[in-house]
Every structure is written in structure tokens, then in C-alpha cells.
Design a protein around this ligand. Structure first.
Ligand SMILES: Cc1ncc(COP(=O)(O)O)c(C=O)c1O
Length: 446
């Protein structure tokens, strides 16, 4: 068969590109995920396909737990549901000993449905519907209050139940991380937290037993956690002295980075992302040096991304090959920003399922949406791919299967490669029926 004609193009030489040994072909190939061939996964379960590795999830959890317990005696990991709330993923972390961190009525219900008792739930978020708040109080959840209105709601609930309600306060502060997430909770430096504490004490219906601070996500400065821990310890001491409360837990939120490549960072993750041991060391040091010996509140960590991101892969297939007017190759994949919301912030690792001859050249990876912003990667360096080639994108375990959207196409299957090497479907692909089930055609339009 004659090969189809392709217009010749002249490519601008990219400095460093041709000599970069790391872009060598063998480094771009991924034939399997935890021993299961990519080809088999795609043939059995379709493309696109999210694939999670149970082994990596458990190993990363155990690793982080060990790290932090090596620096502080009382640590609890509370799994951040929003990062990935598929039942199977949550169950794995719960089996490993994590409690549940939820930020909405939906997530609260999802955790309870999965059998997590209320007193193993940390309830955060800027809007907690009153009904769910009441339920959380009755079920003994740890509630971290975000606003004065929530305090008023909780005082009303306390009046109804006739019992004091135990709460945590979410605190925002300057730890050197910008932009500051200061729309959440009460500000430390302005004195707002202390004023709110005075108001709570005067109300007599609530008791502050915890402090919470989540600074943001993908935080690349371990030192910021040290500062947050120091400030929370000082605040705890002040509250205990002034109001007679006992601060039982200090919750440092989430925010530890994964080995992903944030846009705007030009160093590879191995260089740009500090090891998680530095975070553990810095937090442990701040807590142990600030707290009286032996009197240690529980340290809660709501780590999401750093636990799950690297356990997730997306298999996607080149469906169309194009040339752009500027000569670059472009590929239309069957997965775009509808499935990879985090593509707006991260450059994923792009691997090919088999070796393909030909020098890597700069190309663009588009998704299947008819929107100009549907770009998975503006500049990847790949050998010339043909239609049907499968790519493996990673790490994609954090936030994508919660923030994905059902736009003009279906959400695909999600599978788990178990520790025993079996492949289990943990979320079925959507069908037209799933999507139209909730619609209603009024009588006069039928
Ligand atoms: C309150 C709270 N806790 C925990 C997390 C998890 O953060 P990460 O995935 O960066 O660890 C978030 C995410 O934004 C959050 O808002």
C-alpha cells in the first residue's frame, strides 16, 4: 500500500531539545501499569480509561504515615474526599486508617453511606447547610467553623439540643504563601480570631476544641507549614489561658505537592518539589518545640493530592492527526479538559504504549471538545504518532475524577489494578440513559 502523502514542513530548531537525552525514546514508553499491559486495559475497558493502582495508594499512605509519625507522636490522616471520592479509593484509605474530611452535604452523606461514623468525619467548607450541620453535631463530627454565620447556626443547634457544641476554628494567616486563602475562616494577624473566640465564650453554647489551617494546594515551601504550626500552637495556648478551653487537635489541612509539574515551574518535579520528609520534619519540629512535653494535641492532616495523584493514570488514544498552519503536528485525543480539569495547571507526563521510530518533534495534544481551550498539552515532544496510538498521561489521580464534566460526551470507566493484579471496574462508563434520566420533557413538548 502506498503511504498517504504528507506535506513537508520545516521545524524551528528548539535549543536543547535535540540534545536532551531525557527525551530519549525509551523514557517515553510505558507498556504496563502495575504489571497489566496498557493494550489489554484499553482493549478490555475502552479508551479513554482512568486507571488507579491500589499498590501505589497503599504504599504512599503508609509512607506518609510513617514519615509524620516519625516526627510527632499523635497523627491522624483525614482523607480529603474532594480530591477523589470514588468509593473504592476512599475505602482503601479508610482501611489504612484514615478518617474522612468532607466539605459539603454531598460529601458528608457519601462518607456516612460508606460506613464512616460521624465522629470520624472532619467537616470543613465555607457553606455547611444547617440540616447537615445539625446532623454533624448529633453524630459527633469534628466541625471546623468557617464564618460568624456558622457560629450563629451552631448556637441555635446547641440551644435546640441543650448541649454545648464542640467546634474547631478555621484560621487563615500569613505563612509566606501567596495568594493567601484568606476568604476561609478567621484571620489571625488582624485579631479576628480572638474577637470571635471572645464572642463564642460570651455566647456560652460552644466550646472551641480544635484549630484548623489549610493554606492552599501544591505548596512548595515546607517552611510555610512550620510557620503555620508555630502560629497555631501559640494561638492554642492563648485560647486555653484566656477561655479555659482545651485544644484537642491542630489540623494543618492539606496542600502537600505531588510529583506533578506545575505550569510556570521549569524544573522537573524531582528538583522543584521538596521531599515530603521536609514537610514532616518542619511540622514536627515546630510542634514539639512549642508544646509542653507530653501534652500533645492530635495533629490532623487532610492530605489529598500527595496521597492519590501519582496512583492515577489516564489511557487515551490518538483519534486524529493534523498539521497546524505553523507546521506543528497536532493530535486530537479522546480525552480532553472534560476529563482532565487539572490540565489547566499541570504538564502531565506523556508516555506512549510502545516504541515508535522517528525523532521526537514538538506537537500539541488536543482533547475532543469543540472548544479552543481544550488543550491537554501545548508542547509535547513526541515521535510522529499515527491514529490509534495510545498515550498514558500521569499523574492524574488528584481532582480529575471529581472535577471532570459531562460535556458533549460520556465520562469513561475507571478501573483499579488491585494488589493481586486483578483489574476491577470502580466506576462504570456513563451512558445516554444515565444522562437523560434526570431530564423531563413537559407535556406540551412531547
Ligand atoms: C480544607 C481542605 N483540606 C484539604 C484539602 C486537600 O488539599 P490537597 O489535595 O492539596 O492536599 C483541600 C483542598 O483544597 C481543602 O480545601
Amino acid at each position: 500500500m502506498r503511504k498517504p502523502y504528507q506535506k513537508p514542513t520545516i521545524l524551528k530548531l528548539q535549543v536543547g531539545f535535540m540534545r536532551d537525552k531525557k527525551s530519549g525514546l525509551s523514557r517515553m514508553v510505558r507498556r504496563e501499569i502495575d504489571g497489566v499491559p496498557v493494550r489489554e486495559l484499553a482493549e478490555r475497558f475502552g479508551s479513554p480509561l482512568f486507571v488507579f493502582s491500589e499498590r501505589r495508594l497503599r504504599e504512599q499512605f503508609r509512607y506518609l504515615k510513617r514519615l509524620f509519625e516519625g516526627h510527632y507522636p499523635r497523627v491522624e490522616f483525614s482523607w480529603s474526599y474532594k480530591t477523589n471520592y470514588l468509593d473504592a479509593i476512599c475505602r482503601i484509605f479508610h482501611q489504612e486508617g484514615a478518617t474522612a474530611e468532607v466539605v459539603s452535604d454531598f460529601e458528608y452523606e457519601k462518607a456516612r453511606r460508606l460506613g464512616i461514623p460521624g465522629d470520624e468525619i472532619v467537616f470543613n467548607g465555607p457553606y455547611k447547610p444547617k440540616e447537615t450541620l445539625r446532623r454533624a453535631v448529633l453524630e459527633g463530627a469534628r466541625i471546623n467553623v468557617d464564618s460568624m454565620d456558622e457560629i450563629l447556626d451552631l448556637e441555635e443547634i446547641a440551644r435546640e439540643t441543650g448541649e454545648k457544641v464542640r467546634i474547631g476554628l478555621r484560621v487563615n494567616m500569613d505563612t509566606g504563601i501567596y495568594p493567601r486563602w484568606d476568604r476561609f475562616g478567621f484571620n489571625l494577624e488582624s485579631g479576628e480570631v480572638l474577637n470571635v473566640a471572645r464572642r463564642i465564650a460570651a455566647g456560652g453554647r460552644l466550646e472551641v476544641v480544635g484549630l484548623h489551617c489549610h493554606q492552599g494546594t501544591f505548596i512548595l515551601e515546607p517552611e510555610a507549614y512550620g510557620r503555620a504550626a508555630e502560629k497555631l500552637v501559640q494561638l492554642a495556648r492563648k485560647l486555653e489561658e484566656e477561655f479555659g478551653w482545651t485544644i484537642e487537635y491542630l489540623d494543618l489541612g492539606g496542600g502537600f505537592p505531588s510529583r506533578n509539574r506545575l505550569k510556570g515551574l521549569y524544573l522537573p518535579p524531582e528538583v522543584a518539589v521538596p521531599p515530603l520528609s521536609e514537610y514532616a520534619e518542619r511540622i514536627g519540629r515546630a510542634l514539639l518545640s512549642g508544646l509542653p512535653a507530653g501534652d500533645y494535641p492530635l495533629l490532623i492532616l487532610e492530605t489529598g493530592r500527595a496521597l492519590v495523584d501519582e496512583a492515577g493514570f489516564l489511557i487515551t488514544t490518538v483519534r486524529t492527526v493534523k498539521r497546524l498552519p505553523d507546521g506543528r503536528r497536532a493530535y486530537v485525543l479522546d480525552a480532553g479538559v472534560n476529563l482532565l480539569f487539572t490540565a489547566f495547571w499541570y504538564h502531565f507526563r506523556v508516555e506512549i504504549e510502545k516504541e515508535i521510530p522517528g525523532p521526537p518533534e514538538p506537537c500539541v495534544l488536543y482533547g475532543p471538545l469543540c472548544m479552543n481551550i481544550d488543550v491537554v498539552e501545548e508542547t509535547a515532544y513526541l515521535p510522529p504518532l499515527s491514529r490509534g496510538t495510545r498515550l498514558i498521561l500521569s499523574p492524574v489521580g488528584a481532582y480529575n475524577v471529581t472535577q471532570w464534566m459531562q460535556f458533549i460526551t460520556y465520562r469513561p470507566r475507571v478501573v483499579l489494578v488491585t494488589e493481586a493484579g486483578k483489574v476491577e471496574v470502580i466506576r462504570e462508563a456513563e451512558t445516554l440513559e444515565d444522562i437523560v434520566r434526570r431530564e423531563n420533557l413537559p407535556e406540551h413538548l412531547r
